[in-house]
Design a protein around this ligand. Structure first.
Ligand code: G16
Length: 545
């Protein structure tokens, strides 16, 4: 049972450092040294959230994903494995910013009354962390809070972020009609392994896939997953694991990983891949994946989240048609402003599927995807998944195929609902999905690339004195800036001068920077547009500092 005295005493061990915190794109994220009080307070909130939801299990993940090793972060996972409900984010920010222990306690008790949570009711929390050196210390901050708040908890130690989301969903759906799987790490591997085997019936992958694990948690977890996958000759996949050193935490995300590959538009310097070898990179907590290869003229070719989205949408649409279910299932694609214009055109014009654009952040895409029976959502940076609605699952379950071809298509579709992580974007599951699709379509990475031609694009990170000065216009999916004054007008005037030009700037929610994206008809123009917009951002940031 929680007591005010216990919370006060425990909080005194984790004083607020005088920093202003904000629950951002993916929870709290910053230098790990500053996070003790934040993680403690997130623990209190997790207990409150569980109590509000009648004791359902809430997840807490300690990770800073693609950020450098000195950073860390923490985010909450809701009962179905989705991100914390948006209306609770300000509660997290409020608790994190309480200046003293007494103010924290008062805020906590006020919040409990406000959300109508009984602080004596049962609370259940599970948590995990990535491989960062600061993880164990932050776990202690978390458990101090959970003990003080009287919550029952389970420490799942080191996991990928999507594995924790999976576990949260399994625990909460156990014994219900929505039962998701066995609530253990092994259960996760078994579920993916079996679904992959079914989806690969009578198919073979061609060549191997080299997986760069960003020297993060994805490395050891992928090695474990491989044990549950069929071998090459039995419809398996030959996976070469690289950059999987988690002994030295300082090399996490360093010159490798999905974020490096996407932003630098090059393979990790350590890569030993030969031309045309199929490669992919995970990020530090294995919730993003991008594919790439070096072509015969030694040019780097990226197959990012947009490419995975178009590949998955086209495959699922074809399967739905093959099963005789295309008219029954409302399939759609969700992207963000970072999606290459050519990918959006491909989906609407070639695949004839609807596209929705949302703000950056998985939570926004996930919610938009839930409005479809089959919602394919990916951010260009490789974050995404495909979600099947209850109606879609019931349709697939009840449908009686009318021919052997329909039977085969239906079997694959059903397997995909298990292979694809329904809770959140999952690099390991997405990678297996891509391998399945390439095997079914019998295409190489080069043929995948040639499905359509990307508009040349450039992503630039601009460091500014205060990124909070950059706010976007509501309802524009972060494609237009509201402040600093005039900056959007300057960008518009510039963009008009470039053929097929498009550019936008927005404050990052995970790093202290403004991101600039630009695309245009040629590489030189895209680079030029990006650097000029970055120049506008820099000068406006300086004049408002
Ligand atoms: C997080 C979010 C993603 C987002 C990325 C970058 O990814 O989960 O949705 O795209 O940050 O966000 P921003 O541009 O706001 O910094 P991750 O993989 O770092 O957790």
């Amino acid at each position: 049972m929680a007591s005010n005295k216990m919370i006060l005493e425990a909080s005194a061990k984790h004083p607020q450092p005088g920093t202003a915190f904000q629950y951002g794109t993916a929870g709290f994220r910053m230098k790990a040294d500053l996070l003790d009080s934040v993680v403690f307070r997130v623990g209190l909130l997790a207990a409150l959230r569980s109590r509000k939801l009648n004791g359902q299990t809430i997840g807490v993940m300690i990770t800073a994903s693609h950020n450098p090793p000195v950073d860390n972060g923490v985010k909450l996972v809701d009962p179905m494995g989705e991100m914390l409900e948006g209306s609770w984010e300000p509660h997290a920010t409020l608790l994190a910013n309480a200046k003293t222990d007494q103010e924290l306690l008062d805020t906590y008790n006020w919040l409990a009354r406000e959300v109508k949570a009984n602080t004596d009711a049962p609370a259940h929390v599970i948590f995990a962390r990535d491989t960062r050196a600061s993880g164990p210390r932050l776990v202690e901050c978390l458990t101090d809070a959970l003990k003080a708040a009287g919550a029952e908890y389970t420490d799942y130690k080191i996991l990928t972020t999507p594995q924790l989301h999976y576990l949260v969903r399994c625990v909460n759906t156990k014994g219900t009609q929505y039962e998701y799987g066995e609530a253990s790490e092994e259960g996760y591997y078994k579920k993916l392994g079996e679904a992959f085997k079914t989806a690969m019936t009578h198919r073979k992958t061609s060549g191997s896939v080299t997986v760069d694990c960003a020297n993060g948690v994805g490395g050891p977890k992928l090695r474990e997953l491989i044990k549950y996958l069929p071998r090459g000759a039995e419809g398996g996949v030959d996976i070469k694991v690289v950059n999987d050193d988690v002994v030295n935490p300082d090399i996490l995300n360093s010159n490798c990983g999905a974020d490096y590959v996407k932003t630098q538009q090059r393979a990790p310097p350590s890569s030993k891949a030969n031309p045309m070898d199929r490669c992919c990179s995970l990020d530090g907590d294995a919730d993003r994946v991008v594919y790439y290869f070096i072509d015969e003229s030694n040019t780097f070719r990226l197959l990012d989240g947009d490419r995975i989205a178009t590949l998955a949408a086209s495959f699922i649409r074809d399967l739905a048609r093959g099963a005789g279910l295309l008219d029954e299932l409302n399939i759609g694609v969700v992207q963000t402003a970072y999606a290459n214009g050519a990918s959006t055109n491909f989906v609407t014009q070639n695949l004839k599927l609807p596209v929705v654009c949302t703000s950056t952040g998985v939570k926004h895409l996930h919610h938009a995807a839930m409005r479809f029976d089959v919602g394919v959502y990916f951010e260009a940076n490789g974050h995404g998944t495909v979600i099947f609605s209850d109606r879609a699952l019931r349709t697939l379950d009840k449908y009686e195929p009318k021919s052997p071809a329909q039977h085969d298509a239906l079997k694959i579709l059903r397997a995909l609902t298990d292979l694809i992580n329904q809770a959140v974007g999952d690099a390991l599951s997405d990678m297996l999905l891509v391998e399945v699709i390439l095997a079914h379509k019998s295409i190489t990475v080069n043929e995948w690339l040639n499905t359509y031609i990307d508009l040349p694009n450039r992503l630039v990170r601009v460091e500014v004195p205060d990124r909070n000065n950059f706010t976007t216009v509501e309802g524009t999916a972060e494609r237009r800036l509201a402040s600093p004054a005039k900056v959007q007008q300057l960008i518009d005037e510039l963009v008009g001068k470039y053929k097929q030009g498009r550019a936008f700037a927005r404050a990052s929610g995970t790093e202290d920077a403004v991101r600039v994206y630009a695309e245009a008809s040629t590489r030189a123009e895209a680079d030029d547009l990006a650097s000029k917009v970055a120049g506008i951002v820099r000068s406006q940031a300086a004049s408002t500092a």
